[in-house]
Design a protein around this ligand. Structure first.
Ligand SMILES: Cc1cc2nc3c(=O)[nH]c(=O)nc-3n(C[C@H](O)[C@H](O)[C@H](O)COP(=O)(O)OP(=O)(O)OC[C@H]3O[C@@H](n4cnc5c(N)ncnc54)[C@H](O)[C@@H]3O)c2cc1C
Length: 469
């Protein structure tokens, strides 16, 4: 049977880039964590912006839903199609060009399909830093980073992906190309359309290119792990270090002892930094533009004050790159250890930093009251007010069986987040996974404004339908 739409797509990008066979499309249909597999009419693989625009015009003409896809590392089911099989997956992976690097403007212009790691390396080759950094950096794409407004470990100093972008190239839902790749740090000429497309999770248009902000490469990064008695002390230490080290503090992560024990049991080869155990730990990273000695001196002075004030219980400062990597490895292995332990109920939440300690105490209490023995695996980017607050079953309960409690546990945690003035998605987005939670936590006026934006920019509703709204 001929399919006029697919024939037109083949004419636009070449038959080999219109995938329809089950084996060919399978790698594009399952989410990263393997929780959901959708179906699609085809996977389309354009090579450049012009081809993206042609395909979107065809989709608009035939009213075919489009699911934009980058590295497919998103964690909220945003980049996989639903089960209907009506949508096409529009893969941006072939858009891989680094278009330009301007060392005076400190910007890099890239295709949306560029892998984050490649962008970091290209900046490094020019002695510059692109500071977005996350554990999926070897697979995720800049387009996906922008569409999810990704966070990562450098937000405290450099901001989210939104703050790292000075311009976009977007194929609109009508298939027009909007080019704002100017790299301006100031441009107050009306509504900021760039900010609408960033964080829209592919529901408004397709990002095909971006101008990214680059920074001077620090001379040295120094890491320390500090043992603490409580989350409240972690906040004290953050305040103390910020006042001491100012903007040189580039990372501040919190991990509970539950996290360290989990890592130790699944990755016994990783060193345990302290002979004794403490309830909480903070991982600090300080970047010096002067020298390693300068950075070490700053960090040691801050930690010494914290020890004197009784805010810190113990500390290790890494004296080599290997030691620093070993400390970061503990933090990076927490999600891996959790995955090895089995399924758990995840929350990516943000709170005003000042309320984090109270939130943890109150929410731990609410959960253990409702589910005695439950394990709270709490870690995250404390310096940004972002916690990964994940819940594992009590001893003796199977991880998969415990998932039956997911909705009830989400309710306890998200209601508590709302009570403390926080957000139910800090950096992963809404996608399809949290869509039905949104109406409970956003005001009707906010949702109506979002629906109005969607209707104005995507009147046919073909851009990633069923995601966010
Ligand atoms: C191990 C691991 C660690 C992670 N750590 C972090 C972290 O620290 N911080 C964080 O924020 N996230 C993290 N993530 C989540 C994920 O990596 C980010 O959301 C990333 O930005 C997604 O990029 P991607 O290219 O894989 O996008 P995809 O998964 O392909 O897509 C994500 C969303 O963006 C849309 N999209 C993709 N490309 C485009 C485009 N060109 N135009 C328009 N829409 C598009 C998709 O439709 C989808 O809605 C992590 C994920 C993993 C697996």
């Amino acid at each position: 049977m001929t399919d006029a739409f697919l024939d037109a797509c083949r004419a636009a990008v070449g038959s080999e880039h219109v995938l329809t066979g089950d084996q060919d499309t399978a790698p594009y249909l399952t989410d990263w964590r393997g929780r959901f597999t959708g179906r699609c009419r085809a996977v389309l693989r354009p090579a450049d912006t012009a081809q993206v625009a042609s395909l979107v015009r065809l989709c608009a003409g035939y009213q075919v839903p489009i699911v934009p896809q980058g590295g497919r590392t998103g964690l909220v089911l945003g980049s996989v199609p639903d089960a209907s099989g009506t949508a096409v997956v529009l893969s941006l992976r072939r858009l891989q060009r680094i278009r330009a690097i301007d060392t005076f403007n400190r910007t890099m212009t890239v295709d949306a399909g560029c892998i984050l790691y490649d962008v970091q390396q290209a900046a490094l080759e020019h002695g510059l830093l692109f500071p977005l950094s996350l554990a999926a950096e070897g697979s995720c794409s800049i387009g996906g980073n922008l569409a999810t407004n990704a966070g990562g470990t450098g937000v405290l100093r450099y901001g989210n992906t939104r703050e790292l972008c000075l311009g976009l190239e977007v194929v609109t839902a009508q298939g027009e190309v909007w080019d704002s790749l100017r790299g301006l740090r100031k441009d107050n000429t009306g509504y900021d359309l760039r900010d609408l497309y960033i964080g829209a999770e592919g529901t408004l248009g397709v990002i095909t290119g971006a101008v990214l902000k680059l920074f001077p490469q620090p001379k040295a990064a120094i890491t320390a792990l500090v043992a603490l008695a409580s989350p409240a002390d972690a906040l004290e230490l953050l305040k103390l270090t910020e006042s001491h080290a100012g903007p040189t503090l580039t990372g501040y992560e919190l991990m509970s002892d539950v996290c360290l024990r989990l890592v130790a049991s699944h990755f016994p080869e990783l060193p345990q930094p302290f002979p004794e155990r403490y309830p909480q730990y903070a991982l600090l990273e300080l970047s010096s533009h002067e020298s390693e000695q300068h950075g070490v001196a700053l960090l040691e002075a801050a930690i010494e004050r914290a020890l004197e004030a009784g805010v810190a219980q113990d500390a290790v400062v890494a004296t080599s790159i290997a030691q620093s990597r070993a400390l970061w490895a503990i933090r990076e292995h927490i999600p891996l250890a959790q995955a090895a332990a089995g399924n758990n109920i995840k929350h990516d939440i943000s709170l005003p930093i000042s309320r984090i300690a109270d939130f943890i105490d109150a929410t731990d209490a609410r959960l253990t009251h409702a589910y005695p023995g439950v394990q709270v695996v709490c870690f995250g980017h404390l310096g940004d007010g972002n916690l990964h607050y994940n819940i594992a079953p009590p001893e003796g309960v199977k991880h998969d069986e415990f998932l039956i409690e997911q909705a009830a546990i989400n309710r306890i945690v998200h209601d508590s987040v709302a009570d403390y003035g926080g957000s139910i998605s800090a950096e992963h987005g809404i996608g399809a996974l949290k869509r039905d939670e949104l109406p409970r936590y956003k005001s009707p006026i906010e949702l109506n404004l979002m629906r109005a934006v969607k209707a104005a920019l995507d009147p046919l509703g073909i851009m990633n339908p069923g995601k966010i709204l």
